[in-house]
Design a protein around this ligand. Structure first.
Ligand code: C5P
Length: 242
């Protein structure tokens, strides 16, 4: 698997290109992948992906597609053409939606091609409670839904899921080791908890089996973001060497 730098995904949660450029100028070399979400992408579009790439970083397009299978497959091909390292869909979109996306990507960029993006599924948003699920007619506990949706994603040919660090074990039980798990909600000891509730340190997230860590404010809000990223990388390297 990759080095610590390639496993660290920085959440580029700013709302304009100038701020994105400010962070992008300082962080490549320290962070491998930059997560671009709905707000920044809706405002700035593909230019923000190119900005990251021009500075030596890779993009994670966090748009969580959820639509009819054909629309998601076509959107996925556009993400592939943008050259992003990874992008995601909602597993709740269903098996056919994910399988059609995988088939479309297979046709243009088969497995093994270094340009093939990593295809991720979101199982259940960590903002969702069991009450949220009941309101949309799902009467099962989250601890059942998360592994069920992860397995559905794996069976459809997706490469991995985005999940809370606490869910990694449940996912590994049903999907095995040959399936990527990307976890946000990670806080190094030196950073504030912000609004994250169930946090894990970078070392513990890796020890629990996460492949990639998504970390935003502990880096962006630090007085020296590059130094903060380096401290996280050191902690990750130590955990990977155990
Ligand atoms: O600043 P912070 O490290 O909390 O940022 C985490 C990033 O991961 C944010 O972009 C947030 O939207 C995202 N995220 C999360 N929890 C999830 C899914 C995504 O915090 N369950």
């Amino acid at each position: 698997m990759n080095s610590a730098r390639q496993r660290l995904i920085f959440a580029l949660d700013v709302d304009n290109l100038a701020d994105a450029r400010g962070l992008d100028d300082r962080l490549p070399g320290h962070v491998g992948v930059f997560k671009i979400g709905k707000q920044l992408f809706t405002r700035c579009g593909p230019e923000v992906v190119r900005l990251v790439q021009e500075r030596g970083g890779e993009g994670f397009l966090d748009l969580k597609y959820h639509d009819i299978p054909n629309t998601v497959a076509m959107a996925g091909l556009e993400a592939l053409r943008l050259g992003v390292r990874m992008f995601n869909v909602h597993a709740l979109g269903g098996f056919e939606m994910m399988a059609k996306l995988v088939a479309a990507v297979d046709e243009v960029c088969p497995r093994g091609n270094p340009d093939r993006p990593i295809l991720l599924a979101v199982t259940t948003l960590t903002s969702s409670t069991e009450e949220t699920l009941r309101q949309v007619g799902i009467d099962r506990p989250i601890s059942v839904m998360v592994p069920k949706l992860a397995r559905l994603a794996k069976d459809a040919g997706m490469d991995g899921v985005v999940a809370s660090p606490q869910e990694v074990g449940l996912i590994r039980d049903v999907c095995g080791d040959d399936f990527l798990v990307v976890t946000p909600g990670v806080r190094p000891a030196f950073a504030s908890q912000d609004d994250q509730q169930r946090i894990t340190t970078p070392a513990d997230a890796l020890r629990s089996g996460a492949d990639y860590l998504v970390i935003g404010r502990p880096i962006s809000a630090a007085a020296d973001p590059a130094l903060a990223a380096d401290m996280i990388l050191q902690e990750m390297q130590d955990a990977l060497a155990e």
